[in-house]
Design a protein around this ligand. Structure first.
Ligand code: UDP
Length: 233
């Protein structure tokens, strides 16, 4: 399959590279280089970024969960501002949309607005998750991919696909080339969280999981070449 519109998820930790926190410029520049190849080839690219390089709602039990999640959502906005700027330096046009007002820093999300930007060949960053606490950026990307009628969700991860058990713990772990989202849910394989998995299943949104660290993996995935696992819906 040659996708027309894809949504790419980068975890916050992936942006941090070896630093584990904050931003690793070399990692983000490499992502930008690969995304540009796809944008130049006419693929419409939406990006969702996690916040784990700064903060996750579950990082602290000391404060109210809603407030902790608000910090997490703002972390995703910071990440999108940074990555969007690196993308611009690499020669792409970008816009950042959030489900809540961030003054002049981002624009308020609407489907029509996002479609307008895609039509102009811009990379659209969907920052701020769903805008609600108790959700995640997994749910955020499922929601936006379904709403924006993307062809698939691309998950660039530290691991190169979906395994039947954790390969770090079990050397016999088997990697799937293809698996259904129903099986992912039944076997609790944790590709994306359960809420997001059910949304993808109900709305027939396929996913592809591959390694962020493999050469040209993002550019290849955006051309339908997945060297990882395809999760069918
Ligand atoms: N978050 C939220 N609602 C959303 C999306 C994100 O409350 O719709 C918060 C939540 O606290 C989460 C944090 O933002 O822990 C960062 O997102 P996530 O954990 O998904 O980032 P990742 O682990 O992928 O870096």
């Amino acid at each position: 399959m040659n996708p027309r519109r894809v949504l790419l998820k980068l975890s916050g930790e992936a942006l941090a590279g070896p630093n584990k926190t904050g931003f690793d410029e070399a990692t983000v520049k490499e992502v930008a280089r690969q995304v540009k190849i796809s944008v130049d080839a006419g693929v419409e690219v939406g990006i969702v970024i996690g916040g784990g390089n700064f903060w996750r709602g579950r990082t602290s039990n000391a404060i109210d969960r809603t407030k902790a999640d608000q910090i997490g959502m703002l972390a995703t906005v910071m990440n999108c501002i940074y990555v969007s700027e690196i993308f611009r330096c690499a020669g792409m046009m970008t816009q950042i949309l959030t489900p809540f007002e961030c003054g002049s820093m981002t624009k308020l999300f609407s489907k029509d607005r996002a479609n307008k930007y895609f039509e102009k060949g811009m990379v659209v960053f969907f920052a701020g998750g769903t805008g609600h606490p108790y959700f995640s950026t997994d749910t955020g990307i499922a929601l936006r991919a379904i709403e924006m009628e993307a062809d698939c969700i691309l998950l660039a991860k530290a691991i190169d696909g979906v395994y039947d058990s954790d390969p770090k713990i079990n050397p016999e772990a088997k990697k799937y080339d293809e698996i259904s989202i129903q099986e992912v849910i039944d076997k609790q394989l944790g590709v994306i969280d359960l809420t997001a998995s059910i949304m993808c299943m109900e709305n027939r949104m396929p996913l592809a999981v591959f390694s962020l660290n493999e050469k040209d993996s993002i550019a290849n995935a955006m051309q339908g070449k997945i060297n990882g696992t395809i999760v069918t819906a």
